[in-house]
Structures are given as C-alpha cells and as structure tokens.
Design a protein around this ligand. Structure first.
Ligand SMILES: Cc1cc2nc3c(=O)[nH]c(=O)nc-3n(C[C@H](O)[C@H](O)[C@H](O)COP(=O)(O)OP(=O)(O)OC[C@H]3O[C@@H](n4cnc5c(N)ncnc54)[C@H](O)[C@@H]3O)c2cc1C
Length: 446
C-alpha cells in the first residue's frame, strides 16, 4: 500500500484542490495534515485566527465524510514533515504553493529538509504565476492587458480526487475558536453577481459577495468560482475581473516579494512621511475611528468590530491615512493585516500600494479622494455612517457627511456637540491635499 501526505495550508477544502486530487489519485492511502505554525498563528489577529480555525473545522468535518480526520500538529513544518513521512511510511508530500516572502522561505526550508519530497501544485489562484505573461515573457505592469490575457486563457482543468483511503488520526485536533466567529459569505451571492456592477460600491447594502475570507483560506476554489460565475453578463464579468486583480497581485508578489516592505516603484520610498507626536495622535485617531470624517470613522469602526471592511471604504480609509495624514502606507497595511480576517500579504500590500500610488498601475499620486464627496456619492442617505457612528444618527443626509459644516442649531437638534459627542475634523481637506502633493513632488523631484 502506498501512502502520501497532503499538507493543507491556505487551501482548506476537498473540492477542486490540486494537491488533494493529486495525492488521492497517486496513492492508496493519504494522511491529511494541518501544521499549526506557532509563529504564524501567533502573529495573526483575532479575526484571521478564528477564520483559519473555523475553516480547518469545516475541512475536518468534510474529511469525516470520507472516513478520515484532519491530522493536526503544532510544529515547524521543516522539522516535522521529514519525521512524519518516516512515521507514516509516506512516499511523498502534496501541497499547494503560496507566493508570500514568508511562505517562499518556509517552503524552501521544507524542500531542503525533505530532500525535495513535496510535489507542489497551484490551488489558491485561478491562473498560476507565470501563465499570464506579456509577449516578452514578463508580468504586465498594467492591469488591463493582464486582464485581457487572463480572460482569454482556458480555465485550468478541475482537480478531481481519486479513491484513496484517508487516515482517521486527528493528532492534537483543531484548537477551539476564541471570541467572535469570522465574517461569512453574503447570502445569495450567486444571484448578487448579476447586479454586482451597480451594488459593489455601496457599503450600506450587501452588494458584494463577502467571499474574501473563504478565498483567503481556500474554502472556496477561485477556479471553481470563476467557472460557476462565467462572464455572460456585465455584472458577472465585473465580478470575475476582481478575481483577476487577486491573481495579478499574487503574481506580482512572486516577482516582488518585498511588496509589504518597499514601494514597488522605488522612487516613492523617498517620501518624507509625517512622524512625531502629532502624527502619532493622528494615527491613533485613524485606528480608533475618531478622525471627525464620518465615512472614515465608520469604516475603521466596522473593521475593529467585525474584522472586515467594504472595499470602497478600505480605499477611502487607506487614502485618508496616506494622503490626508501623510502617514506611511506600511503602518496602515500592518494595522489592516492585524485586523482583517481576509488579510493576505499580497492583496493587502498590493491594494495599499495602489492607494498610495507607489505600486504598479496605481492611482496617480495627485488623485486625492475627497472623503466628503465620496461619502455623499456612495452612502447618499448616510445609512452606513449611522450604522457605525451612531452618535451622528440624528443628522439628516444633507448634514451627516460633514457635521462641521452643519449649523449649530441643527447639530443641537440632533444631539451632536462637536469635539464632545463627536470629534471635529483632525485635518483640513485642502491643507492636507497641498501638503501631500508637495511631499510627493519633492520625493519625485518634480
Ligand atoms: C487598502 C486595501 C486593503 C485590502 N486588503 C485586502 C486583503 O488583505 N485581502 C483581500 O482579500 N482583499 C483585500 N482588499 C481587496 C478588497 O477590498 C477585498 O477583497 C473585498 O473588499 C472583499 O470583499 P468581498 O469578498 O465582498 O469582495 P467582492 O467584491 O465580492 O469580490 C469578489 C472577490 O474578488 C477579490 N477582490 C475584490 N476586490 C479586490 C481587490 N481590490 N484586489 C484584489 N482582489 C479583490 C476578492 O477575493 C473578493 O472576495 C483590500 C483593498 C484595499 C483598498
């Protein structure tokens, strides 16, 4: 009887999982393994940790349906895998590769320790890195040509599992969840995609799928999702295009593993970010959702309370930190990474660099969102703000986006006292804009 080990990492599913399919086809018996890496779990924030554990539990239940259990150990994989192979008489290990700097380093260590016993597949992206290239054989530096090529490629084949028997030894078992359960997918997301183009930018409604955490831990196959949704209508195509952004940032990370540490366009690393006590006070206000800009505060409070934030509001809050407070995007990236249940080094840093204007095909640095205009446009009746900033709930839609412009009598009627029940803005939009344009221009020598 031949035995293989399937090392589950951020691909916690049996459906359309290339590593699982490969092992169960090639071997008579498989050991489904989850290695809890203390360094990794310890650095994850509370929401991501819970999302990971919940996904592992679901996988364990699915394995029970095949007569097995997820074998859980807590160890450094480079130390543990060679030993486990001997213990189980396994001929090989099967795993889906990952792109981050950290995982690349770990996987090289595992390859060295096991003498190359791991068969690597790609199960966390729609199209693997290296498969969507320009005519010159490089990754496109601009998203639209990447998307055109991506959309024309045939989808990789479905990964169909074989009939191997499955080990039923649970090891130490999946640790129990602590605190709040993570965000789950929007009900009826598959119907929502029809209207995605109209609803995706409105944070007050459930207009996006909320599948990002399930994608982060691989509970859903992005290839399967793309196949299910297709591109037959404008809404479906708009949705699938977002999955291509996800692939693009992952491919970029493999080419540029320093993505969360350095600007992809190095000239932007010369920006002189604000430092010192005033910047610390501003950073703390941003984190706490007390900047005095209601849409920014609503987003930061949603993040702290749920471990998730709507994409439009992620863009606004990130832009506010970088372009209104002139605080280094890396500090914001770290804060998001700690709290987001879907936090992923490539997606988080890729998007932060997009907002900061330092990445490939990023928002031009001189485009600075006006948080009030954006708030009026995407939360016109203030429903999202009222949900997360209840102290402003009494203000009507014409006032809620900029309380400091509201006549004192109207503020009093709504029970709002600026700088008492709700902060006055910590920064003036026009002055902040000038300061940021000057700092970027100096760094770029313009
Ligand atoms: C500053 C900032 C930080 C971000 N950090 C992360 C992160 O750590 N992890 C993460 O998964 N996404 C991140 N995003 C992208 C995006 O905000 C989330 O993927 C999206 O809000 C998740 O909600 P959803 O599943 O309802 O998305 P939907 O709108 O339903 O989109 C479907 C899927 O497409 C992908 N997607 C959507 N938008 C983007 C995008 N801009 N970039 C890449 N993929 C996208 C996601 O996997 C998402 O689940 C970030 C965006 C910004 C602006």
């Amino acid at each position: 009887m031949s035995t293989g080990i399937v090392w589950f990492r951020r691909d916690l599913r049996l459906d359309d999982n290339p590593a699982w399919a490969d092992a169960t086809r090639r071997h008579d018996h498989v050991v489904p393994l989850l290695v809890i890496e203390p360094a990794l779990l310890g650095s994850a924030g509370p929401y991501r940790r819970n999302a990971f554990l919940q996904a592992a539990r679901t996988l364990d239940r699915d394995l029970e349906g095949r007569g097995g259990r997820l074998h859980v150990i807590s160890a450094n994989p480079a130390d543990a895998l060679a030993k486990l192979m001997v213990e189980h008489g396994a001929e090989g290990v099967f795993a889906n590769a990952d792109v981050s700097r950290w995982s690349q380093r770990r996987d090289r260590a595992v390859d060295a320790a096991t003498g190359g016993a791991v068969t690597w597949s790609w199960g966390t992206l729609v199209h693997p890195p290296g498969s969507v290239l320009t005519g010159k054989g490089t990754l496109s530096k601009v998203f639209t040509p990447f998307w055109r090529r991506w959309a024309k490629l045939p989808l990789p084949d479905e990964a169909k599992p074989g009939v191997a028997t499955v080990s039923a030894d649970p090891g130490s078992g999946v640790p129990t969840l602590e605190g709040r359960p993570p965000i789950t997918a929007t009900t009826g997301w598959d119907q929502l995609v029809e209207r995605y183009g109209e609803t995706r930018d409105i944070p007050a409604v459930e207009g996006t799928s909320r599948l990002s955490t399930a994608l982060r831990f691989g509970e859903v196959s992005p290839r399967r999702l793309t196949e299910l949704i297709g591109v037959d209508t404008a809404g479906r195509e708009a949705f699938v295009r977002q999955l291509a952004w996800r692939d693009w940032y992952a491919h970029m990370t493999l080419d540029f593993p320093e993505i969360s540490r350095r600007a992809v366009r190095p000239e932007y690393d010369a920006i002189q970010w604000e430092r010192g006590p005033d910047a610390e006070r501003d950073f703390a206000a941003w984190q706490a959702g007390t900047t005095g800009y209601p849409i920014v505060d609503a987003g930061m409070r949603e993040l702290a309370a749920t471990g998730w934030m709507h994409n439009r509001v992620r863009m606004l809050t990130a832009s506010f930190l970088v372009k209104h407070l002139l605080i280094d995007w890396r500090r914001g990236e770290r804060h998001f990474r700690h709290l987001l249940s879907d936090a992923d080094p490539s997606q988080n840093a890729g998007n932060w660099q997009w907002v900061a204007g330092t990445g490939l095909d990023a928002a031009p640095y001189f485009r600075i969102f006006n948080p009030v205009t954006q708030s009026r446009r995407f939360d016109p009746d203030g429903t999202y703000i009222r949900r997360w900033v209840p102290e402003l709930a009494g203000l009507d839609p014409s006032m809620i986006h900029a309380p400091w412009e509201t006549p004192p009598l109207d503020l009093a009627a709504a029970g709002v006292v600026l700088d008492d029940t709700y902060p006055a803005p910590i920064v003036d939009h026009s002055l902040a804009r000038e300061r940021t344009l000057a700092a970027y221009a100096t760094a770029l020598g313009r």
